[in-house]
Design a protein around this ligand. Structure first.
Ligand code: ATP
Ligand code: MG
Length: 154
């Protein structure tokens, strides 16, 4: 009896902490042939790839995705950059996937990123910083839905 209770508890807590988050491998990293290495960072970091595709954003779609930054001085630069080549969009799944992915990415400015992180390795500048990652449960949900239908996530 107690064994069944413990198994149920483990399954329950496991399902509560499992999360999904959205990653985008940005144009600089796609052009730099770093897609494979970046995907390996996620897998080696314990995250599972459950959806993946390459898409070419229009400047308008990039603007919609980064709507939260529309008043910022770098908005135009950001949307031009994000639509300058195809990007790879990825759904990552795992325990605390949102914060785990932010850790693997490193700080927004690659110069300030911790050694060994994706941005430290592949980022060129604060704007061209190799990857995007959702920053909260609410944005993760919205951002995943921006790119993927439920049948595309495995
Ligand atoms: P992201 O949302 O792409 O995962 P982030 O959460 O680390 O990055 P944000 O503050 O949300 O950082 O900024 C979104 C993106 O806008 C950055 O990743 C970067 O590409 C661009 N950006 C941010 N600050 C600047 C800046 N000062 N100059 C140019 N581009 C910037
Ligand atoms: Mg952000």
């Amino acid at each position: 009896m107690i064994r069944y209770f413990l198994t149920a508890l483990i399954l329950f807590t496991g399902s509560v902490s499992a999360e999904q988050t959205l990653s985008i491998i940005k144009p600089d990293a796609v052009k730099g042939n770093n897609i494979g290495d970046i995907l390996a960072h996620y897998e080696d970091g314990g995250l599972k790839i459950v959806a993946l595709k390459m898409v070419q954003l229009t400047p308008e779609q990039a603007g919609q995705f980064y709507e939260v930054h529309k008043e910022r001085p770098f908005f135009e630069e950001l949307t031009t950059f994000m639509s300058s080549s195809p990007v790879v969009v990825v759904v990552l799944d795992g325990d605390k996937a949102i914060s785990k992915n932010r850790e693997l990415m490193g700080a927004t400015d690659p110069k300030k990123a911790t050694e060994g992180t994706i941005r430290w390795k592949y980022g060129n500048s604060i704007g061209e910083n190799a990857v995007h990652g959702s920053d909260s449960e609410a944005t993760a949900k919205e951002e995943i839905q921006f790119f993927f239908g439920p049948h595309e996530i495995h």
